[in-house]
Design a protein around this ligand. Structure first.
Ligand code: AMP
Ligand code: ZN
Length: 472
C-alpha cells in the first residue's frame, strides 16, 4: 500500500479511498496562456506516476485536473495577442494535451475549466457571503475574510512564521498570485475593470469575474463534494492557493476538504531557478528541437524524488537515453528468451499484479513515499542480477511481465530503435574474454580482443560495471 508524506500533518500517511471504492484526487492544472515548461511537467509527470502506482496497486481512481482559462495572465495575454480569451486558451489547451500525450501521461477522468464553471463559482461566493465569511468592497469585488476561519494557515503552517492574523484584518489582496509575506483577505470575485475587456460575467455583485483561487474549490465541490482523498500541486501552491481553497471550501461546504496533500518540490535548471530572461525555461518543444525525445524527458522528470528539488541539465537527458537503451536491450533479451512478444495491458496489470520476483524491491520503493530514484536503482540492480541465458521460456516471460509492471508504474515506453540485435555467441565469448583481460589489467590482450570483435562487425562499449555490445 502506498504511503506518502502529507504536507498538512507532515507525516507519511497511507493513501486509500475513503469510500472503499475509488481514490478521488484533484490536481491543480495548467494556466493555459503559453506552453507548459518542464517545471510544470515535473509536477504533472509525478502526479501521473502517483496515479499509476495507486492503480497498479489495485485501487481505482477518479482523477480531476482543471484548466485555468480565466485569470490575470490569460486575460492579459489574450488581449496582447488580439484574440478572444476562448480562442487564446483553446490553442494553449490543445498544446498542453499534445505535450501530455507525448510524455505518456494518462488523461484525467474529468478536466473541468474555470470558464465552464462560472455559476458554480458564483454560488460558492454567495454561500460565503451568507455565512459571514466574505464581504464586498466599493469596486464590486468580494473578499474572503481570513480572520473568520480559525484554521486558516494550518495547511501551510503559517503559525511558524509568527504571523499575527489579527494584524492582517484590514489587508486585502486583489492579485491572483501573491507571496507568503502578504497574508491577507483574498479576492473571491473581482469587480469588472477596464483592463479585463470583454471578459466579465453577471453576478449578484455586478459584472466581474472569479478570482483564481475560487475555481478549484467550486469544481471540487461539484465533482467530489465536501470531502475527498487527496489534493496535489507544485510546492508553490501550498500558500496561498491551497490555503485559500481550504478556507473557501470548508467555510462554504462544511466537511474536511482534502484528507491528504501531495506537493511536488520544484525543478531547477542548471542548479538555479528557471526564468525566461536566463533562457533556461525549457518547454518540451525546445528540448525536442535540441534532439531529445519526450520519453527521455519523462525518464528524467519521473526519476527525481518528489520531495527534493530536481536539478535538470541537458546531460541528464543524455544519461536518460543510455539508461533507456539498456532497458530496451534487457527487454529484448527477455522477449527472445520467452519466445513470444505478448504482454498484459495496463488495465490487466491493474487488475492482476504479476509475481514481481527480482522487481519486488523496486515496487516497494515506489510505495514508500514514491521514491522513484531508489526504485530505478533497484530496477538496474535486478537487471544486472538476472542472467537471461539461464531462464526457461516461462521464467523469462514471468520476468518480463514483472519488468513491464514496474515500467508501467513509471510510464516508461521503451525506445524501439534502441533495441539492439543480440550479438552472436562467438562475439559474446570474445567480449567476455576481453572483459576478463581488462579486469586483470592485461591491456594488450584486451585491445587485441577488441580488434577481433570489431572485425566481426561489433563494438564493445564499457560501462562502470560491465559492457554493452553494439552492432557497428
Ligand atoms: P501553472 O500553469 O503555473 O498554474 O502551474 C501548473 C503546475 O506546475 C502547478 O502545480 C505548479 O505548482 C507547478 N509548477 C510550476 N513551476 C514549477 C517548477 N519549477 N517545478 C515543479 N512544478 C512547478
Ligand atoms: Zn487549485
Amino acid at each position: 500500500m502506498l504511503h506518502l508524506f502529507d504536507t498538512r500533518t507532515r507525516k507519511a500517511q497511507e493513501v486509500s479511498a475513503m469510500d472503499g471504492k475509488k481514490l478521488r484526487f484533484y490536481c491543480c492544472g495548467p494556466t493555459v496562456y503559453g506552453p507548459a515548461h518542464i517545471g510544470n511537467f515535473r509536477t504533472f509527470v509525478l502526479q501521473d506516476v502517483f496515479r499509476r502506482v495507486v492503480e497498479l496497486g489495485g485501487v481505482k481512481t477518479t482523477h480531476v485536473r482543471n484548466l485555468t482559462d480565466v485569470d490575470d495572465k490569460t486575460i492579459r495575454d489574450s488581449q496582447k495577442n488580439g484574440v478572444s480569451l476562448a480562442e487564446f486558451t483553446a490553442g494553449w489547451t490543445a498544446k498542453f494535451h499534445n505535450d501530455c500525450e507525448a510524455l505518456n501521461c494518462l488523461s484525467p477522468h474529468i478536466e473541468p475549466s474555470a470558464v465552464a464553471h462560472i455559476p458554480e463559482q458564483i454560488a460558492m461566493v454567495q454561500a460565503l457571503v451568507e455565512k459571514g465569511h466574505a464581504y464586498t468592497s466599493d469596486d464590486g469585488s468580494v473578499y474572503f475574510r481570513i480572520s473568520s476561519f480559525a484554521d486558516y494557515g494550518k495547511l501551510s503552517h503559517l503559525d511558524e512564521r509568527e504571523l499575527d492574523l489579527g494584524k492582517t484584518a484590514n489587508a486585502r489582496s486583489n492579485a491572483d498570485e501573491y507571496e507568503k509575506d502578504s497574508v491577507a483577505d483574498f479576492v473571491l470575485w473581482k469587480g469588472r475593470r477596464a483592463e479585463d475587456g470583454p471578459n466579465f460575467w453577471q453576478s449578484p455583485w455586478g459584472e466581474g469575474r472569479p478570482g483564481w483561487h475560487l475555481e478549484c474549490s467550486a469544481m471540487i465541490n461539484k465533482y467530489f463534494g465536501s470531502d475527498f482523498d487527496l489534493h496535489s500541486g507544485g510546492v508553490d501552491l501550498v500558500f496561498p492557493h491551497h490555503e485559500n481553497e481550504v478556507a473557501q471550501s470548508r467555510c462554504a461546504c462544511g466537511g474536511d476538504f482534502a484528507r491528504l496533500w501531495f506537493h511536488i518540490t520544484h525543478l531547477l535548471v542548471d542548479g538555479g531557478k528557471m526564468s525566461k530572461s536566463l533562457g533556461n525555461m525549457y518547454t518540451l518543444e525546445d528540448l525536442e528541437k535540441l534532439g531529445y525525445k519526450a520519453g527521455e524527458v519523462r525518464y528524467v522528470l519521473a526519476g527525481g524524488y518528489y520531495r527534493r528539488p530536481l536539478n535538470f541539465t541537458l546531460s541528464s537527458l543524455s544519461d536518460a537515453r543510455s539508461a533507456l537503451a539498456r532497458m530496451a536491450r534487457f527487454d529484448n533479451q527477455l522477449k527472445k528468451a520467452a519466445g513470444q512478444d505478448k504482454l498484459p495491458s495496463y488495465k490487466h496489470l491493474c487488475n492482476k499484479q504479476p509475481e514481481l520476483g527480482v522487481f519486488a524491491t523496486a515496487w516497494a520503493s515506489l510505495n514508500d513515499d514514491l521514491n522513484t530514484p531508489e526504485a530505478l536503482g533497484h530496477v538496474f540492480s535486478a537487471m544486472k542480477a538476472t542472467n537471461v541465458a539461464e531462464l526457461s521460456a516461462a521464467e523469462a516471460q514471468a520476468c518480463r511481465e514483472a519488468y513491464h509492471f514496474i515500467l508501467s508504474a513509471f510510464g516508461i515506453v521503451l525506445p524501439e530503435e534502441e533495441a539492439q540485435e543480440e550479438a552472436p555467441a562467438e562475439v559474446k565469448v570474445l567480449a567476455e574474454q576481453r572483459w576478463q583481460a581488462k579486469q586483470e589489467k592485461n591491456w594488450a590482450e584486451s585491445d587485441r580482443l577488441r580488434g577481433e570483435i570489431t572485425a566481426l562487425g561489433w563494438m564493445v562499449k564499457d560501462r562502470k560495471d560491465g559492457y554493452d555490445l553494439v552492432k557497428n
